[in-house]
Design a protein around this ligand. Structure first.
Ligand code: PGA
Length: 255
């Protein structure tokens, strides 16, 4: 399976700034990259970024999507709209939405369902808080997020899923996170745990062929080299460092 590197620009750029950044990034990325590269701008920048990445192999994703097809949901965006603008992926259940906007496992489950039904690949985010890590309840948290987020979802052979493990304590860390913060063995253990939980849900062939488990949390142009060595990591979800064309293009080459 190809590795996938996803830029999550969050709410950092205006549409014009997004257009400028993607043009710069496109030049840096070149044509040689074998990995799949996805850019997730904010909703208002999707059209302009879609325009700029035409004739490139950069793929468009959204940072969120509604679980309802259409109707009276002020401020939400529908799956039909993001598809019409060219999105192939949607981030679902990012910890910032879970924490700041009260997004629940149940909402996330509905979003994953509609994405799969309508042909958008969900980037399903999971991860524990620092407190949960210190209390030793990380596994339980991840187990619950997987169980509830994927409840009644039967991943079919033509459907794909990306599971992004983002320990909340490592996201946008002020200090430079290196694999010494998330030790490779520790990361590998968590990835095996996530993989095992997916295998408990779906046939092995589906998990091996249709699901990529990726890492996120202060990934940058330096630590991505070490994380990239961990066999079970199929890619990265990158926030801060994806706002810099040099850094992000380097990250796409480090895995
Ligand atoms: P970060 O963000 O790379 O800035 O830590 C990652 C994310 O929140 O997806």
């Amino acid at each position: 399976m190809r590795k996938i590197i996803i830029a999550n620009w969050k709410m950092n750029l205006t549409p014009n700034q997004s257009a400028d950044l993607v043009v710069e990034f496109k030049k840096k990325l070149g044509k040689e990259n074998n990995n799949e590269v996805v850019i997730c701008p904010s909703f208002t920048a999707l059209s302009i970024v879609a325009e700029k990445i035409k004739k490139s192999n950069i793929i468009l994703g959204s940072q969120n999507v509604s679980w309802m097809a259409k109707g009276a949901f002020t401020g939400e965006e529908s799956i039909s709209s993001i598809k019409e603008l060219g999105c192939k992926y949607a981030i679902v259940g990012h910890s910032e939405r879970r924490q700041n906007l009260g997004e629940t496992d149940e909402m996330i489950n509905k979003k994953i369902s509609i994405c799969l039904e309508k042909g958008i690949t969900p980037i399903f985010c999971i991860g524990e808080t620092l407190q949960e890590k210190q209390e030793g309840t990380s596994d339980h948290k991840l187990y619950t997020q997987i169980k509830e987020g994927l409840k009644k979802i039967d991943l079919l052979p033509h459907e794909n899923l990306v599971v992004a493990y983002e320990p909340i304590w490592a996201i946008s860390a002020v200090r430079a996170v290196t694999p010494h913060d998330v030790e490779p063995e520790e990361a590998e253990k968590v990835f095996k745990f996530i993989y095992q939980n997916l295998v408990d849900l779906w046939p092995l062939t589906i998990v091996n062929n249709n699901v990529r488990i990726i890492y996120g949390g202060s990934v940058d142009e330096n630590n991505s080299k070490d994380f990239g060595q961990i066999e079970m990591i199929n890619g990265f979800l990158v926030g801060g460092a994806s706002l810099d064309a040099d850094k992000f293009s380097q990250i796409t080459k480090n895995i």
